[in-house]
Design a binder for this molecule. Structure first.
Ligand code: PLP
Length: 408
């Protein structure tokens, strides 16, 4: 067994008690907790060398700029990319908006198709809807199979010369499904389509190598991968980044500004308008260091073992229905479920009394939860610090929910 339980000591918040009970944190897909290695780096940056980046001709600004750019290099290496191919953004949402608007507004018109899937987070639906409305392009959604996988046969049938962009999640934040990204990218590229991967969940649950994915863009957030909020990244294929217009204008992203027009700073700076989230970027660099030290292969192994264990333990409760693939090869550690007809908010509230934090709701993926035939699900999600004991606590907690609601 790939035991990572020693890592728990690195996460100060995991030492606290909630309602008098030890905290069992099972909502990492919404946002992960932060190790002291990340907190310390951010604290030291603020205390010792903080200044704005790329501006000052003085030591603090030079140090701050160096740390910020070093963090970019770390994030790039983490996904096997070059430094200039990483634009820092506010998160996956901003990264996806940058592509939808920056690329979409110039390349889409009436008669074109944008292919999304039924599994998408709103962050990979709404920007495309906004752009479709303005350009006249049509949205098409790839359905799921009965076993919560992506229907690749239907995807193949949909792909033709009208399809200009295929944008899909690398791992669903509801069902945990991990579609075969490289295979889908290959199919999409055959018909000349742009390929965008929402890796907000994928990047922290499995190794990601952009050289192997075959995508044009990959978007992710720092806060789900042990880093701070307010920072994320957009990776782009260099030639596409070069050609794409910036989504936001302002300071930092220009080469020259005249009254009648402006020219842009080189990639990736043309995508970073305004003062960036400096310390957050440095914190993300520290989070990447932390994950690198564990090794993403090890993270994935831990999660597969834990997910298999959780699925088998949940199967002990006949009233629990899991929405997601049964085989851990095709999924990550995000488990959505229903407990008989008990409302997920009631499940979450009762678990909270035992110090167990899960998520209940539509998880910002309303088209998907609607497809599941439920208004909401309960969701337990894992990270490197999640243990079998956490899963056992969840199962015990669910038994108590059953008692309260007299579920057989
Ligand atoms: N995509 C997926 C699959 C997600 O799970 C999330 C967040 O839950 C997002 C995109 C949006 O990420 P953020 O809110 O950090 O921009």
């Amino acid at each position: 067994m790939n035991d990572l339980s020693h890592l728990r000591l690195d996460f100060p918040v995991l030492q606290r008690r909630v309602h008098g009970k030890p905290l069992v944190f099972l909502d990492s897909a919404a946002s992960s907790q932060k190790p002291k290695q990340v907190l310390d780096v951010m604290d030291a940056a603020y205390r010792t060398y903080y200044a704005n980046v790329h501006r000052g001709a003085y030591l603090l600004s030079e140090e701050s700029t160096a740390a910020y750019e070093q963090a970019r290099g770390k994030v790039a290496r983490f996904i096997n990319a070059a430094r200039a191919e990483i634009a820092f953004t506010r998160g996956a949402t901003t990264a996806l908006n940058t592509v939808a608007f920056g690329w979409g507004m110039d390349h889409l018109r009436a008669g074109d198709r944008i292919v999304l899937t039924m599994m998408e987070h709103h962050a990979n639906v709404v920007p495309w809807q906004l752009v479709a409305r303005r350009t006249g392009a049509e949205l098409v959604y790839v359905p799921m199979t009965d076993d919560y996988r992506l229907d690749l046969k239907r995807l193949s049938e949909l792909l033709d010369e009208r399809v200009k962009v295929v944008s899909f999640t690398g791992m669903s934040n509801v069902t945990g499904t991990m579609p075969p990204v490289a295979e889908i990218a290959g199919l999409a590229r055959q018909c000349g389509s742009l390929v965008v991967v929402d890796a907000a969940q994928l990047v922290t649950h499995a190794p990601v190598d952009v050289q192997q994915l075959g995508a044009d863009f990959v978007a992710f957030s720092g806060h789900k991968m042990l880093g701070p909020t307010g920072i994320g990244a957009l990776w782009g294929r260099p030639e596409v980044l070069e050609e794409m217009e910036p989504f936001e204008g302002g300071g930092e992203m220009i080469s020259d500004v005249r009254l009648d027009g402006s020219t842009w700073a080189p990639v990736p700076h043309k995508f970073e308008a305004g003062t960036p989230p400096i310390i957050e970027a440095i914190g993300l660099g520290a989070a990447v260091d932390y994950l690198d030290k564990i090794g993403m292969e090890s993270v994935r192994r831990h999660e597969m073992e834990l997910t298999a264990y959780a699925l088998s333990r949940l199967a002990e409760l006949p009233a629990v229905r899991v929405f997601g693939p049964a085989e851990v090869d095709h999924r990550g550690g995000v488990i959505s479920f229903a407990l008989a007809d008990v409302h997920p908010h009631d499940v979450a509230t009762i678990l909270d009394q035992d110090g167990i934090a899960i998520r209940a709701g539509h998880h910002c993926a309303k088209p998907l939860t609607r497809t599941l035939g439920v208004p909401a699900t309960a969701r337990a999600s894992f990270q490197v610090y999640t243990t079998r004991e956490d899963v056992d606590a969840l199962v015990d907690g669910l038994r108590r929910v059953q008692e309260v609601f007299r579920v057989d």
